[in-house]
Design a protein around this ligand. Structure first.
Ligand code: AMP
Ligand code: ZN
Length: 664
């Protein structure tokens, strides 16, 4: 087979597997096999840029940077929907319809997916454009980002029209949302509020490879175009499905408003069994001919109606406010509620966030409170029912001392949270830090779980993560629920963690604000813990994306004598405290002594990859052009002021290709 056919057959193959996996939910090869094929294709495409295809399955990983999203006028206006909240509303709607058209009316009932609306344009079976709803007349073009969403086909199958638009909703399924939040919490970032905002925020990220990491989906509900050869809404859904789109199977064709109501009632009750959130049901007159007769009001089609579910809220009693101490000493107030059924689960606790929040809502123990559950992990209190406030109620006085170790709390300037400053003596901080150290993304210690860590600390067998490496099987066996075998596994697991690469060790140390990404950056820049230990805030902030807050936290961590001792001990146990030789081997000094400024948008490589290449090869990346700049790597849409500056200083501009040649 020649190269071109080989590339094309791999692309077809990968498209089919992508479809099996994401649309049919029925993969026929392992993830590993898929990755191997994708890698093979990537390698071939790299070696043969002449066969470039912007819709190749390799483009799913993203990499394009969009600085400004272009405004695009929709070919067909994207209307809003009229809302109804009751059976009566729906009956009234039916009456209005019946006045305007003769004969029987069928309805397509669909779920109202709660996400961000999207219009996709296809030409000759290829995705050419993805545009947000915007104000309905025009929206923002977000094609590069949408391409990374696996349920958006880049190449259609079967008998599709030459050109058409298709509309849908970009959603973030709940499981993926919760996972993203787990990660954020582990990295001590504020969790996202709900899947909908996270989905629509994702569409406007500048770096499409960041979008690719988010488990977004695109659920389609309507095709638009001329000469589509489709006569009903339901048929349109079926066709779209056949062309390769994800069109949820819950859509149903019914013959009367009573049946519509059955559908509404069914989904109001069963909505929590769906993998994504819905906020109601959309009812559409099925016949496109009848739709035409009915037409539009200024804002919405007359032939469709949304039925909105009531926001899920309950009232319950706030029994007690307690305070949790996290691994960094951050205090979180928690509302302990009279258990109550809400959104498919029993709710017993709600987050109160911080002291300001409690004060703002004047939340008190004994209050009747309204609790709401969006996509948040724990529900939140949205208001107090003052009419039910007990007469002897007293305002909440926020704690001044740590509930675990009685140390006086501090509230750093500009922060919403209080902290317990007793870093080395506060039990939940000690336990939390070790639990973080052993966690999956950090040292991933097999055979040791969070509860055992708590037990080990309680029994005074360990009080920091370095102590782990001195644990013996004999010490561990007497612990509750420990058998000889599990004790051995525990010690083995700890030993094995000495192979974990430096960047993850750095994350595992639990330095405040040093999440996974920051740890990677620091590891790459400083290459060893010794270099990092002796650095300064001034030097740290020169590292890409390291701000003052992180820099200060790093310096503070290493200025503690206790931490220094722990690190020295980790060294003697053989924990990886520098970048391995193997990793270093991938790096060269081809660009040593040269400083690069990267500007604009690139074709075959993302900006971050480009910067990584520069750094891996010994060059420096700087953000502004000065007389010290050796080269400016200029992509598309490079800022004109940068260009002028480079020219006036006589600094050479390199195109993407020229830069890559430099490394060859
Ligand atoms: P609203 O924003 O309340 O005016 O509702 C209109 C929006 O509902 C549309 O812009 C769509 O993004 C969204 N929507 C979700 N599911 C559907 C569906 N099945 N059919 C039509 N619109 C839907
Ligand atoms: Zn404490």
């Amino acid at each position: 087979m020649d190269i071109k056919s080989k590339i094309e057959s791999l692309r077809d193959d990968l498209r089919q597997h992508n479809y099996n996996y994401y649309i049919l939910d029925n993969p026929t090869i392992s993830d590993y096999e898929f990755d191997m094929k994708l890698k093979e294709l990537q390698a071939l495409e790299e070696a043969h840029p002449e066969f470039y295809d912007e819709n190749s399955p390799t483009k799913r990983v993203g990499g394009t940077i969009t600085k400004n999203f272009n405004t695009v006028v929709h070919d067909f206006r994207m209307y809003s929907l009229d809302n109804s909240y009751s059976k009566e509303d729906l009956m009234d709607w039916e009456k209005r319809i019946k006045k305007m058209i003769d004969g029987e009316v069928q309805y397509t009932c669909e779920l109202k997916y709660d996400g961000a609306s999207m219009n996709l344009t296809y030409e000759n079976g290829k995705l050419v454009r993805a545009v947000t709803r915007g104000d309905g007349v025009q929206g923002d073009e977000v094609t590069a980002n949408v391409k990374t969403i696996n349920t958006v086909p880049l190449q259609l199958k079967g008998d599709y029209p030459e050109r058409f638009d298709i509309r849908g909703e970009i959603v973030l399924p709940i499981e993926g949302f919760l996972k993203m939040n787990e990660e954020r919490i582990a990295n001590e970032e504020e969790p996202y509020r709900n899947p909908r905002n996270t989905a629509s925020g994702s569409l406007k990220l500048q770096d499409s490879s960041e979008v690719a990491k988010r488990p977004l989906e695109c659920l389609l509900y309507s095709i638009k175009g001329n000469n589509l050869n489709v006569s009903t809404q339901f048929e349109g859904l079926e066709k779209a499905r056949a062309w390769g789109f994800k069109v949820p199977k819950e859509a149903k064709l019914v013959n009367s408003i009573d049946e519509v109501l059955d559908y509404v009632n069914y989904w109001e009750e069963h909505r929590h069994n769906l993998p994504y959130e819905i906020d109601g049901v959309v009812v559409k007159v099925n016949s496109l001919f009848q739709q035409d007769e009915l037409g539009y009001t200024a804002k919405a089609p007359r032939w469709a109606m949304a039925y909105k579910f009531k926001a899920e809220q309950v009232s319950t009693r706030l029994n007690e406010i307690t305070y949790q101490v996290g691994r960094t000493g951050a205090i979180t107030p928690v509302a302990n509620l009279e258990p109550v059924q809400l959104a498919g689960t029993i709710v017993k606790r709600a987050s109160l966030h911080n002291a300001d929040q409690i004060e703002k809502l004047d939340i008190r123990e004994g209050d009747a409170v309204f609790v709401e559950k969006g996509g948040e992990i724990i529900p939140k209190i949205i208001a107090v029912d003052l009419t039910k406030r007990p007469e002897d109620s007293k305002p909440t006085v926020y704690i001044t001392h740590c509930p675990e170790c009685q140390t006086e709390l501090v509230r750093p300037e500009g922060e919403a949270k209080h902290y317990c400053p007793n870093y080395n003596g506060c039990p939940p901080q000690i336990v939390g830090r070790i639990q973080h150290y052993i966690s999956r993304k950090a040292m991933d210690i097999e055979g040791l779980g969070g509860e055992t860590v708590a037990l080990l600390v309680k029994e005074s067998l360990i009080s920091n993560y370095a102590d782990l490496y001195e644990l013996t099987v004999e010490q561990v066996i007497p612990l509750e629920r420990m058998a000889e075998k599990s004790a051995e596994n525990l010690v083995k697991g700890i030993e094995a963690s000495r192979q974990i690469p430096f960047e993850r060790v750095l994350f595992a140390l639990g330095i405040r604000y040093v999440g996974e990404t920051v740890a990677k950056k620091l590891a790459k820049h400083y290459k060893s813990i010794d270099a990092l230990m002796f650095t300064s805030v001034l030097d740290l902030v020169t590292v890409d994306e390291i701000g003052e807050r992180i820099a200060e936290s790093v310096v503070e961590f290493f200025s503690s004598e206790e931490n220094k001792t722990i690190i020295e001990r980790l060294k003697t146990y053989g924990v990886q405290l520098e970048i391995s030789a193997e990793k270093l081997a991938n790096q060269t000094d081809k660009l040593k002594g040269q400083t690069f400024v990267v500007s604009g948008v690139f074709e075959t490589i993302s900006r971050n990859e480009l910067k990584k290449l520069i750094e891996d090869n010994g060059g420096k990346v700087s953000s502004s052009i000065s007389s010290k700049t050796s080269y400016v790597v200029a992509g598309d849409k490079m800022g004109p002021s940068k260009r002028t500056k480079a020219e006036s200083l006589g600094i050479s501009l390199l195109t993407e290709q020229e830069f890559l040649l430099l490394l060859k």
